[in-house]
Design a protein around this ligand. Sequence first.
Ligand SMILES: [Zn+2]
Ligand SMILES: [Zn+2]
Length: 241
Amino acid sequence: MFDNLLPRLKQVTAQIWYKDEECCLLCGQKSGKAICRVCKEKYFLPELRRCPTCGKIIGKSKTHCQDCLSGKGPQGLQGVTALGHYEGAWKEFIHRIKFKGQPYLLLALAAELTAWAVKSLPPPDAVIPVPMHPNRLAQRGFNQAEVLASLLSRYLGIPYCNVLDRVVDTVPQSTLGRQARLENLQGAFSLQPGAKVTWQTVWLVDDVTTTGATLAECAAILHRNGVEKVYGFCLGAGKEG
Ligand SMILES: [Zn+2]
Ligand SMILES: [Zn+2]
């Protein structure tokens, strides 16, 4: 009788407090966790590696993706990692954050995101978001990279330093091909006037990386201002093959 008592008590308490069983944020199935095991295996691909130079998800036997091996990877970053494969339900989730005004959903993934960042990258002196142009910020109301960077900062106790400006309102990178992406970003970022750069190692945070051009452009500014090591951290990256 007592064996059944505890689960029953939990059930009654949950009903009293109107607490529904937690559903997976990606597939909506009841899972008791923010992301269910099936979605984790499908989108976070724990069995695969990330290309250390650009963050792209690659086969376990590889050391780098083909782009980076042939010199087309982002320059000037000491490493890049992404939690998941930017496809399917993970891509839709990132779009909910960006385009449907739901950045608070990231809070449910705080444990997942911080654990991945700590496992994948060396400890930084500061967390820096990739900036958004004021025009787009006015439209959207928030910068998802700032939300993500401030979440990592808060949960890991690392200083949050918003020191970059996006000074050119570029067309979205996702609408362009590889060469056009590189040209689109030239001169798009700058250090904020009066910003003091005093760190050796930083995490540069963005929502998605594909060619790594945005991260590389921001990293170049940080390097020019004395930062030794810049590592990129993103929610999503492409997958090779
Ligand atoms: Zn799921
Ligand atoms: Zn690569």
